[in-house]
Design a protein around this ligand. Structure first.
Ligand SMILES: Cc1cc2nc3c(=O)[nH]c(=O)nc-3n(C[C@H](O)[C@H](O)[C@H](O)COP(=O)(O)O)c2cc1C
Length: 315
């Protein structure tokens, strides 16, 4: 087998995404014919974890508009050639997290991604569709070709994670409490990511990555919940309007921005009490009328890897 070189770009605050991607690349690490080059993104000014509520909200305008933040320099030769690149990212406000979107605007990304097969790997609460659309744009601006997408989402249902994920982000507590299950992605979902690494390894052995076609079909790499499609569209529209306004108000650390963030927080609470239940009700009401269009969108968002799991179907 020819020697292959894989670049893995990642960033994680709690360590969750790093843990998940480790399972995925395990089969590659144990193969002497494959070199895995690790690029752990480090913002020059680290983001806090756990967050306080205002800092948490304060990253939303820049995240939504994919503004570039300074990253520590990468310890990798600028002209290095890779056979395949894995971009592991989490979602911040329906957008790729700032370290990842900033990496994709670097001069190195322009060289490394150009004309290369790219696999995206997401670990987030449950809303990643809009973020992945932004990733597609950034990848293609660098000349990369997205051949697969893997998406892991938090284990609890939407109502549970609406409480447990923010609690985890704002306190660092991930454990079970009251009747809520623990926050984050199931350990077994992370461990099962080994199957993606095995498929990538076998593809590299057979030079299949050169075709830049999906390598992970039939492995249940993604599963889009149609119910989130409308919510993401409505939420993102509101983020764009508020984000534009807040970016105009002042720089990230300005006092004026903090004052308006407090107003935004009140607006959010008001929306959660009024508009969210209303949209949930409308969603149930309109679902039968929209089902055809939602199914079509589900198929679109599940590309290129698809949600089919051949193994499950055969069992
Ligand atoms: C500022 C911020 C915004 C987030 N927004 C979203 C979101 O829009 N959709 C989503 O599914 N998860 C969202 N999350 C959860 C993250 O995608 C991710 O699951 C969590 O931050 C853990 O990732 P880690 O590996 O960096 O610790 C957000 C987290 C943070 C910190």
């Amino acid at each position: 087998m020819p020697h292959k070189k894989v670049l893995v770009v990642h960033y994680s605050q709690s360590g969750q995404l790093d843990e998940a991607i480790k399972y995925c690349i395990k089969p590659l690490l144990s193969d002497k014919n494959i070199s895995v080059v690790d690029l752990n993104l480090k913002p020059v000014e680290p983001f806090p974890f756990p967050w306080n509520i205002l800092d948490f909200l304060n990253v939303f305008p820049e995240s939504v508009y994919c503004d570039k933040i300074p990253l520590e320099s990468f310890n990798i030769n600028k002209n290095e050639e890779f056979d395949l690149i894995i971009l592991a990212y989490q979602v911040w406000f329906l957008s790729p997290s700032l370290p990842m979107s900033s990496f994709l605007q670097s001069t190195e990304a322009k060289v490394w991604l150009n004309n290369k097969p790219i696999v995206t790997f997401i670990a987030c609460r449950n809303m990643w569709l809009t973020a992945q659309e932004k990733m597609k744009r950034l990848i293609s601006q660098n000349g990369g070709v997205l051949c697969d997408n893997i998406a892991l989402t938090d284990a609890g249902n939407a109502l549970e994670t609406f409480i447990t994920t923010p609690r985890w982000m704002l306190t660092g507590k991930k454990d079970k409490f009251w009747f809520f299950s623990s926050a984050g992605i199931k350990k077994s979902d992370m461990q099962n990511c080994v199957r993606f690494g095995q498929a990538i390894k076998s593809a590299l052995k057979n030079n299949l990555e050169k075709s830049k076609k999906p390598l992970l079909r039939g492995l249940g790499a993604v599963n889009v919940n149609e119910k989130f499609i409308m919510s993401e569209k409505i939420g993102h529209r509101s983020f764009l309007i508020w984000g534009k306004f807040l970016r105009k108000i002042g720089k990230v650390k300005s006092r004026a921005r903090r004052v308006f963030l407090c107003i935004y927080l009140l607006f959010l609470i008001l929306m959660i009490i009024t508009v969210v239940p209303l949209t949930l009700f409308l969603r149930v009401l309109l679902y039968p009328l929209m089902i055809k269009s939602l199914r079509k969108q589900k198929t679109y968002y599940e590309e290129p890897s698809g949600s089919k799991n051949f193994k499950e179907n055969n069992e």
